[in-house]
Write a protein that binds this ligand. Structure first.
Ligand SMILES: [Zn+2]
Length: 354
């Protein structure tokens, strides 16, 4: 029987420095693995960014940080680069219109070569950028072209791209509901809305001073299995393996989700959650789209992770479903003990008030 190769197999191979040409010719490739192979065929993963970045004009010549000044300038002034710069301006406009950025906050980057990216400038409102404002940087953050100075937060974007070879674009902003969760240090609960389960994979990175390599490292540590990172006491950053609009969509999905969750918790009833089999169905779709998730491959009984989240979202699957029944009686005992103590406290409180 032929070997089945998934997107994860291809990623693992790339990460270990392997050559995709070494993959067996008679293997069966999943659709997302085929997409990824198409992306990396030829010289370098991002040569074909016209496909991954929304069909803008074809790349004139592949560039790297080692390209000559003239080559870099020719690329940066090409119709292809102009198309990408326009896309960044458009995403910036949407971020500003939706109030996901404030002042000069937020930044956007698109990978345009093995170790080069186009990014937004510093000290400019994301709502009113022009293509001429954009910057070209190498993966160490050195500016290679562009008149304005690159954003100070670029290191985080570059560290994501270095660590996650599939990241072709990154978006960072401060959407209020999502940032509220980041300030509270609460990961949004799962099992509530399909859109979020399929397209987002969220984790929280601890707070560090924005723009420092340390901040970038803490975020980059999470991008193997997550595409959207809540930055504690700061905001959100997302990467996409498709294009910059897709990275932006991660923001819309997360922000709408956090807002909806907050509303649902104010309605006076415990929010309902989908069941583990229902979640499993969504995760299958997610995997087929090549979107990472630490829950891929988990059994249904291991899928619910709502218990840690306040206020009171409970997992839809009872905890006593494990095979040998251990934990079931302990859980119900603990629960009734907690209930007794709560009742007692309420009683005393009522007495002391009267
Ligand atoms: Zn920021």
């Amino acid at each position: 029987m032929s070997q089945v190769i998934t997107v994860k197999d291809v990623e693992d191979l790339m990460r270990s420095g392997g050559d995709v040409k070494s993959l067996p010719g008679d293997a069966i490739f999943t659709p997302s693995a085929r997409d990824l192979l198409r992306e990396i065929e030829g010289n370098g993963a991002y040569k074909n960014s016209s496909r991954t970045n929304g069909g803008v004009a074809a790349t004139p010549k592949t560039i790297t940080s080692k390209s000559s000044k003239a080559e870099l300038e020719a690329f940066f002034n090409s119709a292809h680069a102009h198309g990408l710069k326009e896309q960044i301006c458009e995403m910036g406009r949407r971020l500003w219109q939706r109030e996901y950025v404030d002042g000069n906050g937020g930044n956007i980057a698109i990978r345009v070569g093995e170790d080069v990216a186009i990014c937004t400038p510093t000290l400019v409102s994301k709502g009113f950028m022009k293509p001429a404002d954009m910057c070209l940087v190498d993966f160490e953050g050195n500016q290679l072209a562009g008149e304005k100075k690159r954003t100070s937060e670029i290191l985080m974007h570059l560290q994501i791209m270095k660590r996650q070879p599939r990241a072709v674009a990154t978006v960072h902003c401060h959407p209020p509901y999502s940032t509220g969760f980041a300030v509270a240090g609460i990961e949004p609960p799962t099992c509530m809305i399909p859109e979020y389960e399929v397209f987002s994979s969220v984790a929280i990175a601890p707070y560090r001073t924005p723009g420092t390599p340390e901040m970038g490292k803490l975020v980059a540590d999470l991008v193997d299995k997550h595409n959207t990172i809540l930055m504690a006491n700061h905001g959100v950053v997302a990467w996409s393996h498709n294009n910059v609009e897709d990275a932006y969509f991660k923001m819309e999905i997360l922000e709408a989700y956090c807002r909806t969750i907050l509303v649902s918790t104010q309605l006076g009833v415990a929010p309902k959650t989908m069941s583990a089999p229902q979640l499993q169905d969504l995760l299958k779709i997610k995997q087929s789209l090549g979107i990472p998730d630490p829950r891929h491959g988990l059994k249904e009984c291991e899928l619910c992770d709502n218990a840690e989240w306040r206020p009171g979202v409970q997992c839809g699957v009872p905890t006593n479903t494990n095979q040998n029944g251990i934990g079931a009686s302990v859980d119900s005992e603990t629960e009734s003990a907690v209930q007794r103590i709560t009742d007692l406290l309420m009683e005393q409180l009522a007495k002391s008030k009267s």
